[in-house]
Every structure is written in structure tokens, then in C-alpha cells.
Design a protein around this ligand. Structure first.
Ligand SMILES: [Zn+2]
Length: 273
């Protein structure tokens, strides 16, 4: 199946192409990832943080994309109409998103690097024989780099995920893995080795913003290690998808809590914390 802007996020193409978000889903909980993919189960969590991210993204994609996004999500973006305000008004989270947009827009370095790129470029490739897909926020092939735009609560918050190289939001959310995969898929699609950059903007008032590269020793090593991890874990994930192997349940997530049945006693001293 050929990937297009319309089917990129469909579960139909997820069965053929691994993506960074699906891979991360499987890493967190295989049982939950599979249930989502089969459309047997959907998370009930609030879509607002995701919508804020998409609101900011669509603005920097094009005026039309932003207008289309607002039209399509009017119900979530606006408050309920009242007598004094028959159209409702923009919800606080999206007023915040507007100030995130203004923060980026006022920054010369952001404009210099992010603005000239091709937006939402679909890239594909194979990693150890398995198909992968990716979507690049802003790709500047002739200068050999690509940018990803991230919205984050607080750029400087410390995270406590012990599996990662450095306890900041980039490593906590495995954005380093995303950059490693995208770099590889761009190389396979266009034959150009590109440097990854992340522009992050925070939801604070006023918003913080910053630009990140992956050129330090730790960053390079982390990206190298990410590719190794992908190659190590993906064969099992694919086998879970085809039904050849059973998914492992994490036992703690939303999905696992909803479907949990006790099988025995656990020593009080051995509760996983
Ligand atoms: Zn789980």
C-alpha cells in the first residue's frame, strides 16, 4: 500500500509499516499496543495535550493546514456557546498554544532553520528487512538537516526514567530514537545524510523555547544504541502483530488495569515500585 498524507496515520498502514510511535507503544506495553492496533481498545485519556501539539504544528505547516485543523477540531478548541458569547471562545489551552506560536515566530534562529524546509514529508525505508514509515516536520535536504517541533510542559524538568542516558524530556520520551530512525529513513528515501534538530517550546507562561542538536558524544552514542535496540526488539514486535508470539502485558498501564485478573498473592515486600 502506498503511503499518503491521508492514510499515514491509519491502522491499516500500521500493519505494514512500523513507526516510531508504534514501536514506543510496543516497548511500553505489548498487550496494550496490540489491542490498540486491532481497534479492540482505545485509551480514554484526554486528547488536549495532543491537540495543542497539532495546533502548533499545523500553524507552521501552512495557513491552510492551520485553518483546516481549526475547522476539523472546532468542538474541542472552543468553549460551549452562551447567550453573551454565541460563538464560544478559544479554550485556555489553545490561547496558550497561540502564545507558543508567537514565541517561535518571534525567534530569528527558528525562522532561519525551520521555515524554509518542506513540511510533513513522508519517508520510508527498511530496517533489517522490516518496512518503516516516518513523517518529517521540516526537511531541508540541500543543507543536510531536518527539524522536529516539540511541545513540552517544561524543557528543564528532570525525569526519572532510569532506562535512559540523560534524565531530560528528549531522552525520557525517546526523541533520540525518533531522530535516529528519521535520519536513516531520510537517507534511504533521498540518499542524503541529514543532521537532526529539535525545536522545543514549552506550555509555560511565558513559553520557554530552545533548539537542540545531537552532536555530543552521549547523543551520538545514544542514537547508535537506539538503532541497535530497534533491531533487537522489532522481530518480536512483528511476531506479536502476526500472532506468532504472545504479547507481554506490562501489568500497570490503563489497558492492563482494565483487563486485570488476579492469579495469586505477591509478597508485600516485593511490590514493584
Ligand atoms: Zn500494560
Amino acid at each position: 500500500m502506498k503511503l499518503t498524507a491521508d492514510n499515514y496515520y491509519s491502522h491499516e498502514t500500521d500493519w505494514q509499516y512500523m513507526s516510531v510511535s508504534l514501536f514506543k507503544d510496543f516497548e511500553k506495553c505489548e498487550a496494550r499496543a496490540l489491542a490498540k492496533l486491532k481497534e479492540d481498545w482505545q485509551p480514554v485519556s484526554s486528547p488536549v495535550p495532543l491537540l495543542v501539539g497539532n495546533y502548533v504544528h499545523s500553524y507552521f505547516e501552512s495557513a491552510k493546514s492551520h485553518q483546516d485543523f481549526i475547522e476539523a477540531n472546532k468542538k474541542e478548541l472552543m468553549t460551549r456557546p452562551t447567550k453573551t458569547n454565541p460563538n464560544g471562545h478559544l479554550r485556555a489551552e489553545f490561547k496558550g498554544a497561540n502564545s507558543m506560536i508567537q514565541t517561535l515566530q518571534a525567534d530569528d534562529m527558528f525562522n532561519y532553520f525551520y521555515a524554509p524546509g518542506d513540511k510533513e514529508v513522508i519517508v520510508t525505508g527498511t530496517i533489517d528487512g522490516q518496512l518503516w514509515k516516518g513523517k518529517i516536520d521540516s526537511l531541508v535536504l540541500d543543507k543536510g538537516y531536518f527539524c522536529d517541533l516539540k511541545t513540552v510542559d517544561d524543557i528543564h524538568k528532570r525525569h526519572f526514567n532510569t532506562d535512559v542516558a540523560v534524565p531530560n524530556f528528549i531522552y525520557d520520551r525517546e526523541y533520540d530514537l525518533q531522530m535516529a530512525i528519521y535520519q536513516e529513513l531520510i537517507k534511504q528515501t533521498f540518499g542524503v545524510e541529514c543532521n537532526p534538530y529539535i525545536f522545543a517550546v514549552s506550555k509555560q507562561t511565558p513559553p520557554d523555547h530552545d533548539a537542540f542538536k545531537f552532536e555530543g558524544m552521549t547523543d551520538r552514542y545514544a542514537m547508535h544504541d537506539d538503532m541497535r535496540k530497534v533491531k533487537e526488539l522489532q522481530p518480536h514486535f512483528w511476531k506479536v502483530m502476526t500472532g506468532e508470539e504472545k504479547p507481554v502485558a506490562c501489568g500497570k498501564c490503563e489497558y492492563c488495569r482494565e483487563t486485570k485478573m488476579l492469579t495469586g498473592f505477591v509478597n508485600a515486600s516485593e511490590i514493584e515500585v
